[in-house]
Design a protein. Structure first.
Length: 233
C-alpha cells in the first residue's frame, strides 16, 4: 500500500473514530442534576416519558422500586407490592423504574420495552402486572418467541398490536429505560429489587417480610399526618 493510500486510510479512521466518540457523547445521559427521590417528569433525556406512578402522585410519601421484569426476587415480592400499593392507593405514590440486569437476564430489557410500549397506549401498569404474573412463561424464550409472547399479552390488554410491536424498538423507549438505569446507578442501586421510601433505602429483610414492609410504609404515612384507610383503623 502506497504512502498516499495509507494517509487517506488513516484519515478515514480518525474521522470514523471521532464520529463514534461524538455519537457516544451525544447519547450519554447526564443525571447529575436529577433528584432521584422525586417523581421525574417527561424530559428529552427520558425519551419524553415521565415516571410511571401508581396511586397518589401528590403524596408526600413516595415508594420507588428499581426492578427487573425477569428477576426472580422482583417476581416474588410483586404480590406484596401489589397488595400494599392497592391498599394505600389514595395515600401513597408508587413509582416503578426499569433496572434490567441484562448480563444475567437476557430478556429483561425487552420486557421493560414491552411495559413502556404498553405505557404509550395508557396501559403501563396492566402490562407490568402481566409480565410478572407470566414471568415463567417468557423468561427463557428466544428472540422471536419472546416478541410473539409479548404481543400476545398486548392482545390480551386490547392494545393496538401493530403500534405496540413498532414501539418495542422505538428509540424513545430505549432512552427511557437507559434514563431509569442511570438514575438508579446514581441512587446506588446494584441489585433488584431495590426500594426507596422517601429517599431511604429499605433493607432486604424488611421488604421480604410483608408485615414489616407494610409497617414501614404506615409509619411514613403517619409521620406525614396522612389519614389511613378505614380498614386499617
Amino acid at each position: 500500500m502506497s504512502k498516499k493510500v495509507w494517509i487517506i486510510f488513516a484519515s478515514v479512521c480518525v474521522l470514523l473514530l471521532a464520529g463514534l466518540v461524538a455519537l457516544s457523547l451525544s447519547n450519554r445521559i447526564d443525571v447529575s442534576k436529577v433528584d432521584v427521590n422525586t417523581i421525574q417528569p417527561a424530559s428529552e433525556q427520558s425519551g419524553g416519558i415521565a415516571d410511571h406512578v401508581f396511586g397518589n402522585a401528590d403524596s408526600p410519601v413516595i415508594l420507588i422500586e428499581y426492578g427487573d421484569f425477569q428477576c426472580p426476587g422482583c417476581s416474588s415480592v410483586f404480590p406484596t407490592v401489589e397488595k400494599i400499593t392497592k391498599k394505600y392507593e389514595k395515600q401513597l405514590g408508587f413509582v416503578f423504574r426499569n433496572f434490567p440486569l441484562t448480563s444475567i437476564h437476557p430478556n429483561a430489557k425487552v420486557a421493560a420495552a414491552a411495559a413502556e410500549s404498553a405505557g404509550k397506549q395508557g396501559k403501563f401498569w396492566e402490562m407490568y402486572r402481566q409480565l410478572y404474573e407470566t414471568q415463567g412463561s417468557w423468561e427463557s424464550l428466544g428472540t422471536n418467541e419472546r416478541t410473539d409472547f409479548f404481543v400476545s399479552l398486548a392482545e390480551d390488554l386490547q392494545l393496538d398490536t401493530a403500534a405496540f410491536t413498532t414501539s418495542l424498538s422505538d428509540s424513545t423507549i430505549n432512552q427511557k429505560i437507559n434514563f431509569d438505569i442511570a438514575v438508579g446507578k446514581k441512587a446506588g442501586v446494584d441489585a433488584t429489587p431495590t426500594f426507596f421510601l422517601n429517599g431511604e433505602r429499605i433493607d432486604q429483610t424488611i421488604w421480604q417480610d410483608e408485615a414489616a414492609f407494610e409497617a414501614k410504609i404506615v409509619a411514613a404515612l403517619e409521620a406525614a399526618s396522612i389519614e389511613l384507610p378505614e380498614e386499617t383503623k
